[in-house]
Design a protein around this ligand. Structure first.
Ligand SMILES: Cc1cc2nc3c(=O)[nH]c(=O)nc-3n(C[C@H](O)[C@H](O)[C@H](O)COP(=O)(O)OP(=O)(O)OC[C@H]3O[C@@H](n4cnc5c(N)ncnc54)[C@H](O)[C@@H]3O)c2cc1C
Length: 373
């Protein structure tokens, strides 16, 4: 027989998504217990670029909504979260790529995201470290950065209605959670927010690991002031197979440069792979030649949880009442954490979300519906 649940929601996973969900649930007065096995995940390995991505309307709606929510709490974030509203420069290598910049500006503007086109000279004046002769850029001033591990920690400690427990979840069934020490916990709602680890608990989840490499430099006096991304980044980010690299560099508030990015499928090997890291760095030096003179002090890898359509899975499991899902945030989960959390809490409380929840619902996947409709 079940005892009386002591909390309203059990959240599995204390990465940025579990933390944002716990924070949003507690903010609505719900008692939340967060379980995490401390193995860590993408949150500790990622870049923390808060970026309005526009590969499809749903991605843009969620990222734009979320960036606005980050901005609303920016004053509350402690310094360790290292939030900066540095903006993004989407770089056009030549005149032809300026056409891509113009299309991107238009798409963003249709969703209320401001962007400003810069010609080659204006770009060089803003970021003199860039190679000469670039076509220009689209500047998106609303984008930013933050340090996700510290932010997850703060979100979990900001409300006394949230309790944390070190625990490895071995199974979930509806509103019940089985731990590896034999305990079974239950609550009116269980929320799976444990990234790639969710697939072991719900095998029908269509998640696939996408490995990424990052490298960080030593500290230097203010080398850059914007996050710099090549316009070809989206093609790399959304490729559904193969290995790709793209130029993506972030100035850390410490004066370090965080250099990405790469994408690789069908591997769970955490080792740094020189055959991927080398082309990634060559590409970075091609855009930022002085990088070749800076010391790289650490390289590492992480795994994004990718879904077939590139959108997260947010909502109640279609076949397991009481089990809620917030997984599959791929390479955008730091950006989209607050919007995902707010949307999920609205669904849990039966309220109307600020953005259309349908593109993210679990039932869009046949395997989760459990039928062949
Ligand atoms: C290289 C790289 C660069 C990235 N860059 C960016 C970026 O610039 N901007 C951006 O927005 N996003 C970026 N991302 C994506 C972002 O980091 C992720 O989408 C986000 O961190 C996912 O968070 P999460 O909470 O869903 O999962 P995770 O961070 O993986 O957290 C899952 C948690 O669940 C726990 N867990 C797992 N299984 C269990 C279990 N059975 N029992 C108990 N606990 C369990 C783990 O210990 C972990 O703490 C990047 C990712 C990578 C890898």
């Amino acid at each position: 027989m079940k005892g009386q649940p002591e909390v309203d929601v059990i959240v599995v996973g204390a990465g940025i998504i579990g933390a944002a969900c716990a924070h949003a649930l507690a903010g609505r007065g719900l008692r939340v217990q967060v379980l995490d096995d401390a193995r860590g995940g993408a949150t500790g390995a990622g870049m923390g670029h808060l970026v309005a991505m526009d590969d499809n309307p749903a991605e843009l709606a969620l990222s734009h909504y979320s960036i606005g929510l980050w901005r609303q709490i920016r004053e509350q974030l402690p310094p360790a979260c290292a939030y900066r509203n540095c903006g993004t420069l989407w770089l056009a290598a030549d005149g032809a790529e300026m056409d891509l910049a113009r299309v991107k500006q238009q798409t963003l503007a249709e969703h209320g995201v401001a962007g400003q086109l810069l010609d080659g000279q204006q770009l060089a004046a803003l970021e003199p470290m860039l190679r000469q002769g670039l076509g220009g850029a689209l500047k998106v001033p609303g984008d930013g950065i933050l340090y996700a591990p510290a932010t997850a920690h703060w979100l979990l400690s900001d409300n006394p209605l949230i309790s944390r427990q070190a625990a490895t979840v071995q199974g979930v069934a509806g509103d019940q959670v089985a731990l590896d020490d034999g305990q079974v916990l239950h609550a009116p709602r269980v929320l799976l927010a444990n990234g790639l680890g969710a697939q072991a608990l719900v095998p029908a989840l269509p998640l696939r690991p996408k490995k990424g490499h990052l490298l960080i430099t030593d500290r230097y006096p203010q080398p850059l002031s914007h996050q710099l991304v090549e316009l070809g980044y989206a093609a790399s980010a959304h490729a559904s197979d193969g290995t790709s690299v793209a130029f993506n560099v972030q100035p850390r508030p410490t004066g370090q440069l965080l250099i990405g990015s790469s994408r690789q499928f069908d591997t769970l090997d955490p080792e740094v792979d020189p055959t991927v890291l080398a082309p990634m760095l060559r590409r970075a030096v091609a855009y930022l030649p002085p990088l070749a003179q800076l010391n790289g002090i650490r390289a590492w890898t992480g795994f994004r949880a990718a879904t077939p359509d590139g959108l997260p899975i947010l909502g109640q499991h279609p076949q397991q009442p009481g089990l809620w899902l917030a997984v599959g945030h791929e390479g955008l989960g730091v950006t989209t954490a607050p919007g995902s959390a707010r949307l999920l809490v609205d669904l849990i409380l039966g309220e109307r979300p600020a953005i259309d929840p349908r593109p993210y619902l679990p039932e869009r996947f046949t395997d989760l519906r459990g039928d062949t409709r």
